[in-house]
Design a protein around this ligand. Structure first.
Ligand SMILES: [Zn+2]
Length: 333
């Protein structure tokens, strides 16, 4: 038997108007015997129409989504929309408050926890609630990521290759409407437990993003997020207006696992190409230096394929097994 979720919203999810409140998740602990994790949520509704579910902070150290969604929640009036927008700007709220990818409570990586469990850990309870109570309400789901503290990306919106080609086409159209500088057909090396996977399996139109990284954000990247969210809401028919496309949108593809370069060394990281630069197979993309002594030749990493550098390791030091780079194919227009 499936348990009901212990999470309760403090606001109505289906009433016209703008409601700011919380998803209240009971969490009894040393400093708060009958305490709760209070996950901020905004619901904006006006009449009938489609529902968009907008999420950020699935990983707690990725900031374009939270900045853009806290801003949207504070600024959008119900009269500006037709339908409903459910905004969860910091979905894994304990991780967001801790500025870490995973939750400090249970080490849960929310984006590897779906479908979650109503009677599991705090992170599992968040996953279960979002999947069973919010996703079924949505026609369109946007989950905004970036590289967090350890990766940095060229700004892109992304969808996955799906078995249902009609659903895939709807996702691609929504991704193109978002209008990031890059649009990616994304390959996941490890899709089990991802929000993407369960939302796609539920038949929804799903778009994700990787808009930057490094554990912070920039004015340019927030502007891309803001414009993309608005474009997507216009595309869905929830907000009226004109979609604003960037001057250039580059279509990218990650056709197979050779796109990913993993570090086989631990040491000091020298990037030799920057994000968005074009490389040919065999070009030097990075060097890793021994951090224990001088005079040791660097280990040289070359591009296993041609394409553009879509993602790179961010911190100055690197470990064996870290993702060093992702090289994506540019799809000719
Ligand atoms: Zn993420």
């Amino acid at each position: 038997m499936t348990h009901a979720s212990p999470i309760t919203p403090t606001i109505p999810l289906d009433t016209d108007g703008v409601f700011h409140g919380f998803l209240k998740l009971p969490y009894s602990r040393d400093d708060s015997a009958w305490g709760a994790v209070m996950i901020p949520i905004t619901v904006i509704k006006n009449g009938t129409g489609p529902t968009a579910l907008l999420t950020g902070g699935n990983h707690g150290d990725e900031y374009e989504g939270p900045v853009s969604l806290f801003k949207l929640a504070a600024s959008l009036a119900a009269t500006e929309i037709s339908g409903r927008i459910i905004i969860l700007p910091a979905m894994n709220y304990p991780a967001f408050k801790n500025a870490s990818r995973t939750s400090p409570i249970d080490k849960g990586n929310l984006n590897r926890t779906f479908p979650g469990r109503p009677n599991g850990t705090v992170t599992e309870k968040i996953a279960d609630y979002v999947l069973r109570y919010l996703v079924p309400e949505a026609d369109l789901v946007l989950d905004m990521h970036s590289g967090g503290k350890t990766l940095d990306f060229v700004p892109f919106a992304a969808v996955h290759v799906l078995p249902d080609k009609k659903q895939e086409a709807a996702c691609v159209a929504a991704m193109q409407a978002f209008g990031a500088p890059y649009s990616m057909m994304m390959l996941e090396l490890d899709s089990v437990g991802m929000f993407d996977t369960v939302v796609e399996e539920a038949g929804k139109t799903f778009v994700t993003t990787e808009l930057g990284g490094g554990g912070s954000t920039s004015a340019e990247r927030v502007a891309i997020a803001d414009r993309g969210v608005r474009n997507l809401l216009i595309h869905a028919g929830i907000v009226s207006g004109e979609i604003e496309q960037p001057e250039q949108t580059v279509m990218l593809d990650m056709p197979d696992g050779t796109c990913f370069v993993a570090s086989e060394n631990t040491g000091l990281f020298e990037p030799c190409v920057d994000l968005g630069e074009t490389v040919k197979a065999g070009d030097i993309i990075a060097r890793i230096y021994d951090t224990e002594r001088t005079g040791v030749p660097a280990t040289v990493y070359t591009a296993p394929r041609g394409g553009i550098l879509a993602c790179r390791h961010f911190p100055g030091l690197i470990k064996t097994g870290d993702c060093l780079a992702v090289i994506a194919d540019v799809v000719p227009a």
